[in-house]
Design a protein around this ligand. Structure first.
Ligand code: ADP
Ligand code: MG
Length: 263
Protein backbone atom coordinates (compact mmCIF):
# COMPACT_ATOMS: atom_id res chain seq x y z
CA UNK A 1 0.00 0.00 0.00
CA UNK A 2 1.27 3.49 -0.78
CA UNK A 3 1.89 5.67 2.26
CA UNK A 4 -0.45 8.70 2.54
CA UNK A 5 2.39 11.05 1.59
CA UNK A 6 3.30 8.96 -1.47
CA UNK A 7 -0.38 8.86 -2.46
CA UNK A 8 -0.82 12.60 -2.04
CA UNK A 9 2.42 13.28 -3.92
CA UNK A 10 1.09 11.15 -6.79
CA UNK A 11 -2.28 12.96 -6.77
CA UNK A 12 -0.70 16.39 -6.32
CA UNK A 13 -2.65 16.95 -3.08
CA UNK A 14 -0.90 18.24 0.03
CA UNK A 15 -0.16 15.47 2.57
CA UNK A 16 -2.78 15.13 5.32
CA UNK A 17 -1.27 16.27 8.63
CA UNK A 18 -0.38 13.37 10.92
CA UNK A 19 -2.77 13.41 13.90
CA UNK A 20 -0.76 13.98 17.07
CA UNK A 21 -2.49 13.18 20.35
CA UNK A 22 -3.49 16.35 22.18
CA UNK A 23 -1.26 17.27 25.10
CA UNK A 24 -3.52 17.61 28.12
CA UNK A 25 -0.94 18.51 30.73
CA UNK A 26 2.66 19.64 30.77
CA UNK A 27 4.73 20.13 33.91
CA UNK A 28 8.08 21.79 33.25
CA UNK A 29 10.90 22.24 35.76
CA UNK A 30 8.54 22.56 38.71
CA UNK A 31 10.15 23.37 42.07
CA UNK A 32 8.50 23.63 45.43
CA UNK A 33 9.91 24.09 48.90
CA UNK A 34 8.32 24.40 52.33
CA UNK A 35 9.55 26.58 55.17
CA UNK A 36 10.53 24.51 58.18
CA UNK A 37 12.04 25.68 61.46
CA UNK A 38 15.44 24.37 60.32
CA UNK A 39 15.17 26.24 56.98
CA UNK A 40 13.63 25.55 53.61
CA UNK A 41 12.87 21.95 52.70
CA UNK A 42 13.11 21.54 48.94
CA UNK A 43 10.51 18.88 48.15
CA UNK A 44 10.31 19.10 44.36
CA UNK A 45 13.28 20.05 42.25
CA UNK A 46 12.81 19.95 38.49
CA UNK A 47 9.66 17.83 38.19
CA UNK A 48 8.72 17.26 34.54
CA UNK A 49 5.92 15.36 32.86
CA UNK A 50 3.62 15.42 29.88
CA UNK A 51 0.22 13.76 29.62
CA UNK A 52 -1.39 13.04 26.28
CA UNK A 53 -5.03 12.44 25.50
CA UNK A 54 -6.04 8.83 26.13
CA UNK A 55 -3.34 8.03 28.66
CA UNK A 56 -3.49 6.74 32.19
CA UNK A 57 -0.17 7.67 33.77
CA UNK A 58 1.14 6.63 37.18
CA UNK A 59 3.34 8.69 39.46
CA UNK A 60 5.27 6.36 41.71
CA UNK A 61 7.51 7.36 44.59
CA UNK A 62 8.33 6.75 48.21
CA UNK A 63 6.34 8.28 51.01
CA UNK A 64 7.45 11.90 51.41
CA UNK A 65 8.89 12.22 47.90
CA UNK A 66 6.47 15.03 46.99
CA UNK A 67 3.80 13.15 45.02
CA UNK A 68 0.87 14.83 46.78
CA UNK A 69 2.62 18.19 46.56
CA UNK A 70 2.97 17.80 42.79
CA UNK A 71 -0.67 16.73 42.44
CA UNK A 72 -1.84 19.69 44.54
CA UNK A 73 0.19 22.01 42.31
CA UNK A 74 -1.47 20.53 39.19
CA UNK A 75 -4.90 20.85 40.84
CA UNK A 76 -4.09 24.53 41.43
CA UNK A 77 -4.44 24.17 45.20
CA UNK A 78 -0.88 25.34 45.91
CA UNK A 79 1.64 27.26 43.81
CA UNK A 80 5.05 26.09 42.66
CA UNK A 81 8.09 28.18 43.63
CA UNK A 82 9.46 27.71 40.13
CA UNK A 83 8.69 26.18 36.77
CA UNK A 84 5.43 25.97 34.87
CA UNK A 85 2.25 23.93 34.61
CA UNK A 86 0.28 24.08 31.39
CA UNK A 87 -3.21 22.62 31.02
CA UNK A 88 -4.44 22.33 27.41
CA UNK A 89 -1.64 24.63 26.34
CA UNK A 90 -2.52 27.42 28.78
CA UNK A 91 -0.53 28.35 31.88
CA UNK A 92 -2.30 27.13 34.98
CA UNK A 93 -2.48 29.65 37.78
CA UNK A 94 -5.21 28.25 40.04
CA UNK A 95 -7.90 25.55 40.06
CA UNK A 96 -8.95 24.95 36.44
CA UNK A 97 -12.37 23.94 35.24
CA UNK A 98 -11.92 20.48 33.75
CA UNK A 99 -9.43 19.26 36.33
CA UNK A 100 -10.85 17.14 39.16
CA UNK A 101 -9.20 15.30 42.01
CA UNK A 102 -9.90 12.21 44.11
CA UNK A 103 -8.28 12.11 47.55
CA UNK A 104 -6.80 9.24 49.56
CA UNK A 105 -9.06 9.78 52.55
CA UNK A 106 -12.15 10.65 50.44
CA UNK A 107 -12.51 14.20 51.89
CA UNK A 108 -16.33 13.99 52.03
CA UNK A 109 -18.50 16.41 54.01
CA UNK A 110 -19.82 14.22 56.87
CA UNK A 111 -22.88 16.44 57.43
CA UNK A 112 -24.05 16.10 53.80
CA UNK A 113 -25.76 13.14 52.13
CA UNK A 114 -24.24 11.30 49.17
CA UNK A 115 -26.32 13.36 46.76
CA UNK A 116 -25.40 16.65 48.48
CA UNK A 117 -21.71 15.69 48.53
CA UNK A 118 -21.75 15.01 44.80
CA UNK A 119 -23.72 18.20 44.06
CA UNK A 120 -21.10 20.11 46.07
CA UNK A 121 -18.63 19.30 43.28
CA UNK A 122 -20.71 21.51 40.98
CA UNK A 123 -21.37 24.42 43.33
CA UNK A 124 -18.18 26.31 42.43
CA UNK A 125 -19.17 26.16 38.74
CA UNK A 126 -22.40 28.06 39.32
CA UNK A 127 -24.63 25.33 37.86
CA UNK A 128 -28.36 25.81 38.61
CA UNK A 129 -30.10 23.61 41.18
CA UNK A 130 -32.12 21.49 38.74
CA UNK A 131 -29.18 20.68 36.44
CA UNK A 132 -26.99 20.10 39.49
CA UNK A 133 -29.40 17.45 40.76
CA UNK A 134 -29.69 15.84 37.32
CA UNK A 135 -25.93 15.60 36.79
CA UNK A 136 -25.28 14.39 40.35
CA UNK A 137 -27.82 11.56 39.94
CA UNK A 138 -26.18 10.56 36.67
CA UNK A 139 -22.70 10.42 38.27
CA UNK A 140 -24.08 8.47 41.24
CA UNK A 141 -25.68 5.94 38.93
CA UNK A 142 -22.53 5.61 36.77
CA UNK A 143 -20.26 4.81 39.72
CA UNK A 144 -22.65 2.24 41.23
CA UNK A 145 -24.13 4.24 44.12
CA UNK A 146 -27.72 3.98 42.94
CA UNK A 147 -30.02 3.74 45.97
CA UNK A 148 -27.53 5.43 48.34
CA UNK A 149 -28.41 9.04 47.41
CA UNK A 150 -29.76 9.91 50.84
CA UNK A 151 -27.21 8.01 52.94
CA UNK A 152 -24.60 9.86 55.01
CA UNK A 153 -20.89 9.02 54.61
CA UNK A 154 -20.74 7.44 58.10
CA UNK A 155 -23.34 4.86 56.99
CA UNK A 156 -21.16 3.70 54.09
CA UNK A 157 -18.21 1.31 53.81
CA UNK A 158 -14.81 2.67 52.77
CA UNK A 159 -15.28 1.47 49.20
CA UNK A 160 -18.68 3.16 48.91
CA UNK A 161 -17.28 6.37 50.41
CA UNK A 162 -14.55 6.43 47.79
CA UNK A 163 -17.21 5.87 45.13
CA UNK A 164 -18.77 9.11 46.40
CA UNK A 165 -15.33 10.70 46.03
CA UNK A 166 -15.25 9.52 42.41
CA UNK A 167 -18.81 10.67 41.72
CA UNK A 168 -17.98 14.13 43.07
CA UNK A 169 -14.99 14.32 40.73
CA UNK A 170 -16.85 12.89 37.70
CA UNK A 171 -19.86 15.17 38.09
CA UNK A 172 -17.90 18.14 36.73
CA UNK A 173 -17.18 16.20 33.48
CA UNK A 174 -13.43 16.53 34.00
CA UNK A 175 -10.96 16.37 31.12
CA UNK A 176 -8.13 15.48 33.48
CA UNK A 177 -8.64 13.33 36.56
CA UNK A 178 -6.02 13.46 39.31
CA UNK A 179 -6.04 10.71 41.92
CA UNK A 180 -3.93 10.77 45.06
CA UNK A 181 -3.55 7.17 46.29
CA UNK A 182 -7.29 6.66 45.81
CA UNK A 183 -7.29 2.99 46.78
CA UNK A 184 -4.73 2.90 49.57
CA UNK A 185 -7.26 3.38 52.40
CA UNK A 186 -9.30 0.38 51.17
CA UNK A 187 -8.89 -3.34 51.82
CA UNK A 188 -7.32 -5.23 48.90
CA UNK A 189 -10.50 -6.79 47.53
CA UNK A 190 -12.47 -3.53 47.69
CA UNK A 191 -9.58 -1.69 46.07
CA UNK A 192 -9.38 -4.25 43.26
CA UNK A 193 -13.14 -4.06 42.64
CA UNK A 194 -13.06 -0.28 42.40
CA UNK A 195 -9.98 -0.28 40.12
CA UNK A 196 -11.58 -2.82 37.81
CA UNK A 197 -14.91 -0.94 37.73
CA UNK A 198 -13.09 2.26 36.89
CA UNK A 199 -11.04 0.67 34.10
CA UNK A 200 -14.24 -0.87 32.66
CA UNK A 201 -15.89 2.58 32.53
CA UNK A 202 -12.74 4.03 30.95
CA UNK A 203 -12.44 1.23 28.36
CA UNK A 204 -16.16 1.44 27.52
CA UNK A 205 -15.82 5.16 26.88
CA UNK A 206 -18.33 6.02 29.63
CA UNK A 207 -16.09 8.60 31.32
CA UNK A 208 -15.73 12.17 30.06
CA UNK A 209 -12.07 12.07 31.11
CA UNK A 210 -9.34 12.37 28.47
CA UNK A 211 -6.43 11.47 30.71
CA UNK A 212 -5.70 10.30 34.22
CA UNK A 213 -2.76 10.86 36.56
CA UNK A 214 -2.63 8.41 39.47
CA UNK A 215 -0.29 8.88 42.40
CA UNK A 216 0.58 5.65 44.14
CA UNK A 217 3.33 3.91 46.02
CA UNK A 218 1.95 0.54 44.96
CA UNK A 219 3.89 -0.88 42.01
CA UNK A 220 1.34 -3.61 41.22
CA UNK A 221 -1.42 -1.03 41.14
CA UNK A 222 0.61 1.17 38.79
CA UNK A 223 1.29 -1.72 36.42
CA UNK A 224 -2.36 -2.78 36.51
CA UNK A 225 -3.84 0.67 35.91
CA UNK A 226 -1.33 2.63 33.86
CA UNK A 227 0.00 2.87 30.33
CA UNK A 228 3.11 4.65 31.58
CA UNK A 229 4.69 5.01 35.00
CA UNK A 230 6.87 7.92 36.11
CA UNK A 231 9.14 7.47 39.07
CA UNK A 232 9.85 10.36 41.42
CA UNK A 233 13.01 10.32 43.55
CA UNK A 234 13.12 11.53 47.15
CA UNK A 235 15.01 14.48 48.65
CA UNK A 236 14.39 16.33 46.45
CA UNK A 237 11.80 14.96 44.04
CA UNK A 238 12.94 14.59 40.45
CA UNK A 239 11.68 12.37 37.69
CA UNK A 240 14.23 9.60 37.55
CA UNK A 241 12.68 6.94 35.36
CA UNK A 242 9.84 6.19 33.00
CA UNK A 243 8.42 2.70 32.60
CA UNK A 244 6.25 1.77 29.65
CA UNK A 245 3.87 -1.03 30.53
CA UNK A 246 4.30 -3.73 27.86
CA UNK A 247 1.62 -4.70 25.37
CA UNK A 248 -0.57 -6.75 25.71
CA UNK A 249 -1.37 -4.85 28.87
CA UNK A 250 -1.42 -6.99 32.06
CA UNK A 251 -4.88 -5.64 32.94
CA UNK A 252 -6.39 -7.37 29.89
CA UNK A 253 -5.39 -10.66 31.46
CA UNK A 254 -5.75 -9.80 35.15
CA UNK A 255 -9.12 -8.04 35.15
CA UNK A 256 -11.17 -10.98 33.76
CA UNK A 257 -9.40 -13.37 36.16
CA UNK A 258 -10.28 -11.09 39.04
CA UNK A 259 -13.90 -10.84 37.91
CA UNK A 260 -14.18 -14.65 37.90
CA UNK A 261 -12.76 -14.70 41.40
CA UNK A 262 -15.27 -12.30 42.92
CA UNK A 263 -18.42 -12.87 40.86
P1 ADP B 1 4.12 12.15 49.31
O1 ADP B 1 2.75 12.43 48.86
O2 ADP B 1 5.04 11.68 48.22
O3 ADP B 1 4.16 11.21 50.47
P2 ADP B 1 4.12 14.94 50.15
O4 ADP B 1 4.03 15.73 48.91
O5 ADP B 1 2.89 14.78 50.95
O6 ADP B 1 4.79 13.52 49.83
O7 ADP B 1 5.21 15.58 51.11
C1 ADP B 1 6.57 15.75 50.74
C2 ADP B 1 7.31 16.51 51.84
O8 ADP B 1 6.80 17.83 51.90
C3 ADP B 1 7.16 15.92 53.22
O9 ADP B 1 8.40 15.99 53.88
C4 ADP B 1 6.14 16.82 53.88
O10 ADP B 1 6.39 16.89 55.26
C5 ADP B 1 6.40 18.15 53.22
N1 ADP B 1 5.17 18.97 53.13
C6 ADP B 1 4.09 18.71 52.35
N2 ADP B 1 3.14 19.65 52.49
C7 ADP B 1 3.64 20.54 53.39
C8 ADP B 1 3.14 21.76 53.96
N3 ADP B 1 1.94 22.26 53.62
N4 ADP B 1 3.92 22.41 54.85
C9 ADP B 1 5.14 21.93 55.18
N5 ADP B 1 5.67 20.80 54.68
C10 ADP B 1 4.94 20.11 53.79
MG1 MG C 1 0.92 11.72 49.48
Amino acid sequence: NPTPSAASAASGQPAAPVQQPVEILRVSHVRRGFNKTQGELLVLDDANLSLKEGEIVGLLGRSGSGKSTLLRIIAGLIKPTGGEVEYLGQPLTGPAEGVAMVFQTFALFPWLTVLQNVEAGLEALGVGARVRRERALKAIDLIGLDGFENAYPRELSGGMRQRVGFARALVVDPTLLLMDEPFSALDVLTAETLRTDLLDLWNDGKLPIKSVLIVTHNIEEAVFMCDRILVLSSNPGRMIAEIKVPFPHPRNRLAPAFRQLVD
